[in-house]
Design a protein around this ligand. Structure first.
Ligand SMILES: Cc1cc2nc3c(=O)[nH]c(=O)nc-3n(C[C@H](O)[C@H](O)[C@H](O)COP(=O)(O)OP(=O)(O)OC[C@H]3O[C@@H](n4cnc5c(N)ncnc54)[C@H](O)[C@@H]3O)c2cc1C
Length: 591
């Protein structure tokens, strides 16, 4: 399929009006800032959805069922996005049938007030919900229960029990809302095989959410184009007119797809794009390369960037840097690139060749010390990451009461901040963090410090008979300076002395328990993991994208982690916004 671009820039509405599938429009004089709009379209549909994840699949199905023809483009080889790698904990509430069945009294109003409660603060003083956009939360509250019933009607089976508080976060404190998608007998992307039969109806997993939706999408006739990566959104003019289609790249070829009604961005956020994420937090330099959900799919900000290129604004940016929730996390496994606590890639997974190692899960942070690039400890290793609000996390919660904030006991949870502080070399980024441990720790933790559990080949794991040799071996592009061997030796000697005295004089680790003294010694990648995007494109209640002047960009929708204004971890807001966007996009007048 060849596309003639040859500098044919069309100016605005005239061009768009004349465009049709396969139709070539006579070139006109290009204006300086005018975006290139395609002269030919290879495909067309009423609605184009970008990204087959938690937002995109529901959006595509809903739009199709509302009568629109739908093309869903997905960059990867398979559907699912981060959602299929997720724990499948879905906090949709507001009065679902299951909440009613178990006597839980929830309503859209209660949910709305929960998610806009100014008085909820974390122990470090950061408010969870204060900066949420009221219009967006109202839309979520009103559509939350309908979106849940819609999932049930489209084949998602939930674990048969009352909603609880386990899983997703920032879902409100008044009543339990967390539901759990049962994995059933779908092969899991983490292992490549189904879960054991005995837990298939009780194990919560994103596989159990996304595979039924894939089936539903195919059944209703959504045209799913895998390995089609959107690279551009076309609008009639850079800052006016309708959005009229997208360009995708497939196998090195560009394909232009016309949208008669609308384009929906469901690309999943921006944390995998170093320069984009550093707009929010300059500390997040390249070494944070172990994004959760990768390497199944990336969050490379392509949706945000393409939206911004046609005038979309960003929104609710505090929610990305607020120190709560799981935007930045402490790793749960060490010794591999991808150390997110709730995701282990096992041999057999379709992406194991990219993940390369399963990692060593840490059961007890007393079994190791964590050092920075210079071989120095920086914090109590047992310290936790930022916390977040959920049902039951504030005792005696009264919605909107000043006592919620007044009674919060200050506890800063600064592990992540200390890890990202760096080594005072004038550079941004904390650099690699290494877990240092010895042969005794391997026994205590029941680890096998060999492939496929550790990734020595790519530089995420090292072993040596002396601490000095261990420090000398560490070589990875993110290690900006060699680790001075004497630093690591002194750090371990000092720590071992703390074990003798029972007091960590440097960082207050509660009674250090184990010396690091028996070779071989190990250094395992333990750098923090980036997890969520909570800020993105500005949308309204209908999930229409908006520009810097607060005007709707006709024909452009967005939801999920690529959308801003809503501080909540995960699936609920994504599914719900996909549901809202799909409905509204299908209702647009064909352009
Ligand atoms: C390990 C893990 C566990 C989690 N557990 C939970 C949980 O238990 N409960 C919960 O509520 N949340 C959980 N989450 C979060 C939840 O999965 C995400 O918030 C949610 O999937 C985001 O939905 P989304 O539609 O915005 O993005 P995604 O689900 O990531 O989907 C985005 C899709 O867009 C595709 N894409 C990106 N760019 C392009 C492009 N340019 N062209 C075409 N396609 C593109 C991607 O490949 C991807 O398939 C978890 C996340 C992870 C990683």
């Amino acid at each position: 399929m060849s596309i003639s671009k040859r500098g044919l820039l069309l100016s605005g509405g005239t061009a768009a009006a004349a465009l049709a599938v396969g139709q070539t429009v006579a070139p006109q004089l290009a204006v300086a800032q005018a975006p290139a709009v395609p002269v030919t379209w290879q495909r067309e549909a009423d609605v184009i959805v970008i990204g087959a994840g938690a937002t995109g699949l529901p959006a595509a199905i809903v739009a199709r069922e509302a009568g629109a023809s739908v093309i869903l483009v997905e960059a990867e080889k398979d559907i699912g996005g981060h959602a299929i790698t997720s724990g499948g904990n879905v906090p949709l509430g507001g009065g679902t049938s299951v909440q009613k069945k178990y006597g839980i009294n929830d309503s859209p109003d209660l949910l709305f007030r929960d998610l806009t409660d100014w008085s909820v603060v974390e122990p470090n003083g950061f408010p969870d919900y204060r900066y949420n956009d009221r219009e967006i939360i109202r839309a979520f509250a009103d559509n939350s229960a309908p979106a849940f019933e819609w999932l049930l009607a489209h084949g998602v089976i939930f674990v048969d029990k009352a909603p609880d508080e386990f899983g997703g976060t920032s879902v409100g404190n008044s009543v339990p809302r967390e539901m759990h998608a049962a994995v059933m007998d779908w092969p899991m992307v983490q292992t490549g095989k189904p879960a054991d039969a005995i837990i298939q109806k009780t194990l919560s997993s994103g596989n159990g959410l996304m595979r039924p939706l894939e089936v539903a999408a195919k059944k209703v006739g959504v045209d799913i184009l895998l390995e089609h990566k959107m690279t551009k959104i076309f609008r009639e003019q850079p800052d006016s007119g309708r959005v009229i289609g997208i360009a995708v790249v497939n196998n090195g070829n560009t394909v232009n797809i016309r949208a008669r009604k609308a384009v929906i961005i469901g690309t999943g956020g921006s944390t995998g794009n170093v320069n984009f994420r550093r707009m929010f937090d300059p500390r997040l330099t390249e070494e944070y390369c172990g994004l959760s959900g990768m390497p199944w799919s990336n969050q490379d900000a392509s949706g945000e960037l393409a939206g911004m290129a046609v005038g979309a604004a960003l929104w609710g940016l505090y929610n990305q840097t607020g120190e709560f929730g799981s935007n930045l996390t402490k790793p749960g496994t060490v010794g591999s690139q991808y150390g997110y606590v709730n995701l282990r890639w096992m041999p057999g997974s379709p992406v194991f060749d990219k993940a390369r190692a399963a990692g060593l899960p840490v059961a007890n942070w007393q079994d190791l010390i964590l050092v920075n690039m210079l071989g120095k400890r920086f914090y109590d290793e047992t310290g936790g990451q930022f916390t977040s609000n959920d049902y039951n996390s504030i005792k005696n919660y009264v919605q909107g009461s000043y006592l919620n904030a007044k009674n919060a006991a200050y506890n800063p949870n600064n592990f992540i901040n200390a890890a990202l502080a760096g080594v005072a070399d004038g550079r941004n980024g904390g650099g690699p963090i290494w877990a240092i441990f010895d042969a005794d720790a391997v026994v205590r933790e029941k680890w096998d410090p060999n492939p496929p559990f550790v990734d020595a080949a790519t530089g995420f794991f090292y072993a040596a008979d002396t601490l000095g040799d261990l420090a000398r071996k560490i070589k990875i592009q993110f290690q900006r300076v060699p680790m001075p061997p004497e630093n690591l030796e002194q750090t371990v000697a000092r720590y071992n002395a703390f074990v003798d005295s029972g007091v960590d004089e440097d960082f207050g680790k509660p009674k250090p328990l184990h010396k690091i003294e028996k070779p071989p010694f190990y250094a395992a990648w333990a750098t923090p993991v980036i997890h969520d995007t909570r800020a993105g494109l500005r949308i309204n209640a209908k999930c229409q994208a908006m520009d810097m002047a607060g005007n709707v960009i006709p024909g452009l929708y967005c939801g999920g982690e690529s959308a801003g204004g809503f501080s909540q971890h995960g699936l609920a807001r994504c599914v719900c916004q996909g549901y809202i966007a799909g409905n509204n996009a299908a209702g647009e007048r064909a352009g």
